[in-house]
Design a protein around this ligand. Structure first.
Ligand code: NCD
Ligand code: ZN
Length: 341
């Protein structure tokens, strides 16, 4: 089958040699992506967004047509005028809320969402989307409950304080998140990764401890995965693909305190196709991968297409970067569908 080229609504591309190594994988399947801003230091100014965008374009393989859209990284002290001016000028498409210390490179994140109420009010006024990493960080909350707690304790009150703010619950991992979005207001959407559709939390312990299945928010129960699959394959326009492909060097994952993140760019799109095929939902694949995300953000869908077919293949185990190898999601396994660009 052929579908319009996908839009990855949540992607970590990093920088430098890592950027050059991972970008071709996404560009070979996707027409565009919403690129996350958790660099070191994070993308908090229009100038840093413009410079990062230029570095991404420069890292593209010759002839690739790929449109990166950026996000602003919200901090306690970020200037609302800068956020909105960057949106209106096209420097970034959305802003990302990382609760401080919730995940990789989030040390500069927001310590209390009430501190950024003026920014959220300005974003609501401008029609700009807030992308949320929806986890509370309080140590007394069990790691598997952090997303559900965020929805109740942080997101629901925030939506009440800002009645027109548009929000995407990024990399939704729970039935609670799926219910919150599907039963919620039109101004709330969700992105879902390939690996949260594919794995439940048993994958973390399959025959031993599996650092390459560790990401944040952490994998959840089978009933959560089933709810995510039901949401993704439902055809609902406020549910779309965001890979959260997040490359980390092998030696930084296979260690005493391993990094969170799954590098899925080479396999996420064919894995989603295989999953939709298994659920008899291929008629909804293009919506999830290629149409709903752009529509949410007011972008045109790609006018180019990507071929997908039911031909089994075995993805490489890893890619090499100048800094070392990075393991690929489902690398070495057999995948029932492949992309044929
Ligand atoms: C992401 C990363 O490595 O940048 N890691 C992850 O596990 N998803 C950060 C994030 O999106 O939380
Ligand atoms: Zn992410």
């Amino acid at each position: 089958m052929r579908i319009r080229r996908p839009f990855d609504a949540h992607l970590h591309l990093r920088d430098g040699g890592m950027l050059r190594a991972v970008l071709p994988s996404t560009a070979s399947h996707c027409a565009g992506a919403l690129v996350m801003p958790n660099l070191v230091p994070p993308v908090t100014t229009r100038a840093s967004a413009q410079a990062y965008r230029a570095r991404i374009l420069e890292a593209l393989p010759p002839g690739a047509s790929f449109e990166p859209q950026l996000t602003a990284y919200l901090t306690d002290g970020i200037d609302p005028d800068e956020v909105v001016a960057g949106f209106e000028a096209g420097d970034w498409l959305a802003a990302k809320l990382y609760p401080a210390h919730a995940t990789t490179n989030s040390a500069h994140g927001v310590t209390d969402v009430r501190r950024i109420d003026p920014v959220l009010a300005a974003m609501a006024e401008a029609g700009m989307t807030l992308c949320v990493h929806g986890e509370v960080t309080r140590p007394d909350v069990d790691i598997f409950d952090r997303e559900a707690a965020f929805l109740d304790e942080i997101l629901a009150p925030m939506l009440q304080r800002h009645p027109t703010l548009r929000v995407v619950v990024e990399h939704a991992t729970t039935k609670a998140a799926a219910d919150f979005v599907l039963q919620g207001e039109e101004r709330v959407a969700m992105s879902i990764t390939a690996h949260h559709l594919w794995w439940n939390r048993n994958a973390l312990f399959q025959g031993g401890l599996r650092p390459h299945a560790y990401c944040l928010p952490v994998l959840k129960r089978e009933r959560d995965r089933e709810a995510l699959v039901a949401a993704a394959t439902s055809g609902h326009p406020r549910v779309f693909f965001g890979s959260d492909s997040a490359p980390h060097l092998v030696h930084r994952k296979e260690t005493d305190c391993g990094c969170a993140g799954v590098f899925s760019a080479p396999t996420a799109v064919p894995a989603v196709a295989a999953l939709f095929a298994a659920h008899g939902a291929l008629d909804r694949l293009e919506g999830f991968l290629s149409l709903h995300g752009p529509a949410w953000y007011g972008l045109a869908p790609s006018d180019e297409t990507l071929g997908l077919d039911a031909v089994p293949w075995s993805p490489d185990v890893q890619i090499d970067t100048v800094e070392g190898p990075v393991r690929i999601f489902l690398g070495g396994d057999e995948l029932a569908w492949r992309a044929a660009p």
